[in-house]
Ligand binder design. Sequence first.
Ligand SMILES: Cc1cc2nc3c(=O)[nH]c(=O)nc-3n(C[C@H](O)[C@H](O)[C@H](O)COP(=O)(O)OP(=O)(O)OC[C@H]3O[C@@H](n4cnc5c(N)ncnc54)[C@H](O)[C@@H]3O)c2cc1C
Length: 462
Amino acid sequence: MVVAPRPAFERLDPTLIEALKMRVVGTLIQPGDEEYDRARQTHDPAVDRYPAVIVRAGDAADVIRAVTFAREQGLPLAVRSGGHSLAGHGSVDGGVVLDLSHMKAVSVDPVRQTAWVQAGATAGDVLTHTQPHGLALATGDTSSVGIGGLTLGGGMGWLVRKYGLTIDNLTAVEMVTADGRLIVASPNEHPDLFWAVRGGGGNFGVATAFEFRLAPVSTIVGGALILPPTPAVVRGYADYALTAPDELTTIAAVMPLPPHPAIPAEVHGMLTFTILICYVGDLEEGQRVLDPLRALATPLADLTGPMPYPALYQFTAQAAERHTASVRAGFLDELSDEVIGAILEHSQSRPAPMGMVQIRALGGAMARVPKDTTAFAHRDKSFLVAIINMGDGSEVATWTEALWQRLRPYTAGVAVNFVGDEGDERVREAYPTPTYERLAEVKRRYDPTNLFRLNQNIQPAG
Ligand SMILES: Cc1cc2nc3c(=O)[nH]c(=O)nc-3n(C[C@H](O)[C@H](O)[C@H](O)COP(=O)(O)OP(=O)(O)OC[C@H]3O[C@@H](n4cnc5c(N)ncnc54)[C@H](O)[C@@H]3O)c2cc1C
């Protein structure tokens, strides 16, 4: 039997934990508690760590208490909202986990078209509250992802070409700093911090709530267009997706055909080029805008059409379930024939049943924001390519790594939300050098001792 490692827990004074427990409005969970094994889980079952204390915060004061406790006890601190960190940063052996997943209130002002959102809400939670007003926030492609981590890393999804990144719709953030202060960062208050948290990740404090601008989004032309995976189809997609109107955002993937009632069972698992579509605008015009994609080849299936915006998330429902995945990603200035060839060739031999190479066509509203407005500065990139291999085991990781080594020379930077546990060099790739240096300076001001280091870490300037 494997004995669970509990290093720092052994030397923690139980009376300190009891004192913290008495003050916490939310829940404090420790080894031995009935809830402990569930509470230490993240979205990735492979993240199997044994924290000394889990503080499931009930309010911002709990966040202050947990941050202060970790700092005073010299314990490592893992902060999580939706728990989807690709790097396994959502938990820590022997340290403090600050879990914001129960702080998930969402309040919508339909007149001003804004929302106040606690950090533990998921993209799906936000949608549930905004859709009755015909509004939406630009979030990612999967409903279960936490607004906390998604926003601090940028947030790129179905509306990116029309309404930009999640951070492009952020107007203020409430945060707890390393020294335990509750502050607001906005264009007028702590503007340096407001710049840094829009793409700089969890390096500068714990976000407790966000204020966002919403956009009018209700019925869209959306769904999946499933095409044969040929070089000409991928080339045609890449050329069109960038020049199409901003109303059209697409997330395409070389991937096996998933089980779907509208698709004959005998072709499930067949390799395809699947384009997930989100057109926000006039519905008839949207159908016309899709025609050039439909004309790329005879579709294996055409599941596109008018639908309520939330229905789009059904196409990524599998990713919303807990799973392990090996992921490698990078931005591309162009999708060259060499890159297309490598992706298609390598995809013939996927070991995992749900392995895919995702290609996101960018540009539009995201590219129009000047690059020094936020810490997310790779705004001029045309595509994000992400190898996403669901499943664990060395065969899956080896396949991912082998394709990544072929694609990497063609990439230029990466979105920090798509970086796994890949070391400092890859964190630096998420930022142009001047951006990283500016982030390091803000880090020095707000977290000089690097209390918030279980993240894609920015080293405080020396
Ligand atoms: C299935 C899946 C689909 C995804 N799709 C997209 C997508 O379409 N677009 C996209 O941009 N990204 C996407 N991502 C990446 C995702 O945005 C990041 O992994 C993000 O960090 C997850 O946020 P979270 O709150 O769920 O995760 P968490 O694990 O809770 O947080 C991740 C990290 O963010 C920091 N953090 C989280 N909350 C806070 C907080 N309140 N205050 C301070 N720091 C905090 C911490 O450093 C933490 O380690 C996807 C990831 C997965 C697993």
